[in-house]
Write a protein that binds this ligand. Structure first.
Ligand SMILES: O=C(CO)[C@@H](O)[C@H](O)COP(=O)(O)O
Length: 217
């Protein structure tokens, strides 16, 4: 199975956002990964609704929105209205995760759960059936360009086993430090979606780099 490739727009040139999105339209990217950071859940602030809406006006592919924010339940409908096709909330940020997943689905978006590197996949046992996707953070969230955490291989395998055990349809997304060196092993462990930011946008030829990631199976 070919992976779903989701370049992270966080690593793009914001001064040329329209041409970056047009480049992604032309490429073999499947989704656009959109990182929302609030300066509270993570020690960084990225961008919000106006920028998301501007991306949406030019994007010809689904928007995969990763909310690194506290109290995400306050903004789900607004993110959907701004163009999100998948909305992923952090396990660590949700007091009522089951309810928040239902809230996301009620908007018509797919519902994802993100786990920080320290959060065990075993904690998903009672909620995996309600998720369309689980995003394993392979760096501590908040910044692009960080080093891939090796324990992600073990977590990917454990999550895949849980998904099989529970007959769940959830996709496994890996986010952070993904590149040509670790992509193959991640897919072998069970990953379905690869998010890549700096690896794509700092490449001399991003379109070719996306094609190279897409060709791994
Ligand atoms: O959510 C995040 C960071 O918090 C990621 O989506 C990064 O933006 C991925 O960037 P690279 O690690 O691939 O540069």
């Amino acid at each position: 199975m070919k992976p779903i490739i989701a370049p992270s727009v966080l690593a793009s040139d914001f001064a040329n956002l329209q041409s970056e999105v047009e480049m992604l339209n032309k490429s073999q990217a499947d989704w656009l990964h959109i990182d929302i950071m609030d300066g509270r859940f993570v020690p960084n602030i990225s961008f919000g609704f106006p920028v998301m809406e501007a991306i949406k006006r030019h994007a010809q592919k689904p928007m995969d929105v990763h909310l690194m924010i506290v109290e995400p339940e306050l903004y789900i409908e607004q993110f959907r209205a701004a163009g999100a096709d998948t909305i992923t909330v952090h396990f660590e940020a949700c007091t009522h995760l089951h309810r928040t997943l239902q809230q996301i689905k009620a908007t018509g978006a797919k519902a994802g759960i993100a786990l920080n590197p320290h959060t065990s996949v075993n904690l998903l046992e009672d909620v995996i059936a309600d998720a369309d996707m689980v995003c394993l953070m392979s760096v501590n969230p908040g910044f692009g360009g960080q080093k891939f955490i090796q324990n992600t291989y073990r977590k990917t395998e454990a999550l895949k086993n849980l998904i099989i055990q529970q007959n769940s349809q959830a996709l496994i997304e890996i986010d952070g430090g993904v590149n040509q060196q670790n992509a193959q092993a991640l897919l072998e462990k069970g990953a379905d979606v690869l998010v890549a930011g700096s690896f794509v946008f700092s490449a001399a030829d991003p379109i070719q780099t996306i094609a190279d990631l897409k060709s791994i199976s």
